[in-house]
Design a protein around this ligand. Structure first.
Ligand code: CMX
Length: 426
């Protein structure tokens, strides 16, 4: 961490100065307008947030610090974390330093396991995972330093400590949730010689004779790491963090949003839908059968999970990355074959529904089938995997927000009567 902390300490004064001069020189310029449709429509497209970790252009998809995600698929999650925080890839010594730091902090307090084991056996894995993060709040160095009266200039330092302490423990906690919730036997110890993602794969305890499951996990952890800051989980975490609630509170809050079926839970829903197709047609359906099934879903008032996006208007490059992985390693698997066929058939169906703005697959459309292929068949668990990865982005955004001293979030709401009065005068 010495290298990471030093790097941030070098960067932060410049970032503060840049923000200060943008505000003082251009503070009153307008970058976005809000229509009434947007007021009712989840503020879609309203530019009211600053986020430098990543950006999502409708016609391109995710770029982390300006680098298209498809160019990062061979990187380790630790490299992505460093990139998210600093805007640069780490050199070998900074990477080794960060890996060691995470390894040294990986021990999960025993009380976390007591709490998880005390939860009802049918708890959702996301409820368990988020509870584990929240129950560790008493470890927050940010909260302790705040109580001692640290200055605003110092906020980012204990936030970075909290980030490292949390990120270091998430693989063990997430693997523990899996093994406890699905009765997989005793917890598996981490291996200090493995990196963060490989350790997670090991602690899940699934057979991985040729290392391909670990390879998939590394890819998964990179692809889901960030998606700018207006999505439900990142925005919720940012809002909670803006009240200077520490990272344990804000990460847990954000991930509660990720647990929603229109957001991170879509990956479990998506695999459920694909398995329904497989059951109904006794294997891979014909194009026509699949088209009919998609219409049945839509006519039943349901969404086709894994398709559509609030921002994207092209195939999600993260889906492309999973599809490429599947085509390389899983083409013999019927579930994956269905995923590939859905991609060929379903966009044309969705294009016929006028209200749907994006008929293309998002990140959740293919990942579940690949996990299923390698034996991770408990699909209510999939959003936990997503969470472990997304914590990289949410936590990085938190440290940078504290470094910039961003204000408490407080947009203005309007009553319906106010809106009606307003339109009457327009
Ligand atoms: N199937 C059926 N209807 C869909 C649809 C889909 N895949 N995608 C969008 N629509 C519908 C919306 O429900 C909305 O209908 P109503 O006006 O009746 O509410 C209408 O089309 C317009 O939606 P939109 O502007 O195209 O998309 P939104 O920004 O409102 O919503 C999203 C985006 C992702 C919630 C939506 O596409 C969806 O529900 N997709 C399926 C669930 C999913 O895959 N979610 C994961 C997204 C990735 C993530 O965040 O993790």
């Amino acid at each position: 961490m010495a290298a990471l902390k030093e790097k941030l300490a070098q960067l932060i004064p410049g970032l503060r100065e840049e923000m200060g001069s943008i505000i003082s020189e251009h503070g009153d310029k307008v970058v976005s307008e809000v229509t009434i449709r947007q007021v009712y429509g989840g503020m879609r497209g309203v530019r009211g947030l600053i986020c430098d970790t990543s950006s999502v252009e409708p016609d391109k998809g995710l770029a982390i610090r300006g680098i298209p995600v498809i160019q990062l698929t061979d990187k380790l999650p630790e490299e992505i974390l460093y990139l998210l925080l600093t805007g640069e890839m780490p050199d070998q010594s900074a990477l080794d330093d960060l890996k060691k730091e995470l390894s040294d902090r990986r021990q999960v307090p025993d009380y976390v396991w007591d709490v998880l084991r005390a939860m009802p056996g049918d708890s959702h894995p996301m409820a368990m995972f988020n509870t584990a993060i929240l129950v560790m709040q008493k470890e927050s160095q940010y909260a302790a330093r705040y109580a001692e009266g640290m200055t605003k200039q110092e906020y980012w330092e204990p936030s970075l400590e909290d980030l490292l302490n949390i990120i270091a423990k998430l693989p063990a906690i997430a693997a523990g949730v899996y093994r406890i919730r699905f009765n997989k036997g005793p917890l598996i110890d981490s291996d200090p010689n493995l990196d963060w993602g490989a350790n997670y794969a090991k602690m899940l305890g699934l057979p991985d004779p040729n290392g391909l499951f670990t390879k998939l996990m590394q890819l998964y952890l990179v692809l889901h790491s960030d998606h700018e800051s207006g999505n439900v989980s990142a925005f919720s975490a940012h809002t909670v963090g803006s009240a200077l609630s520490d990272l344990y509170y804000s990460l847990s809050a954000g991930l509660n949003g990720l647990a929603g079926p229109l957001h991170g839970l879509a990956n479990q829903e998506c695999l459920r839908w694909v398995l329904m197709v497989k059951d109904k047609f006794g294997g891979v359906p014909t194009d026509e059968q699949l088209r009919d099934f998609a219409w049945e879903t839509l006519n039943g008032g349901q969404v086709v999970p894994g398709y559509g996006h609030a921002v994207l208007r092209v195939t999600d490059p993260r889906f492309d990355a999973f599809l490429a992985f599947g085509k390389q390693y899983c083409m013999d698997d019927e579930v994956f074959q269905i995923v590939a066929k859905v991609f060929d058939v379903v966009p044309d169906v969705l294009k016929q529904v006028k209200k749907i703005n994006d008929p293309w697959p998002n990140v959740d459309a293919g990942s579940g089938a690949l996990l299923y292929h390698y034996g991770l068949t408990e699909f209510p668990y999939y959003t936990v995997l997503f969470s472990v990865s997304r914590a990289l982005g949410i936590c990085s955004q938190n440290v940078l927000s504290r470094a910039l001293g961003l204000a408490i979030v407080r947009p203005k709401s309007s009553t319906t009567q106010w809106l009606k009065n307003k339109v009457a005068t327009m």
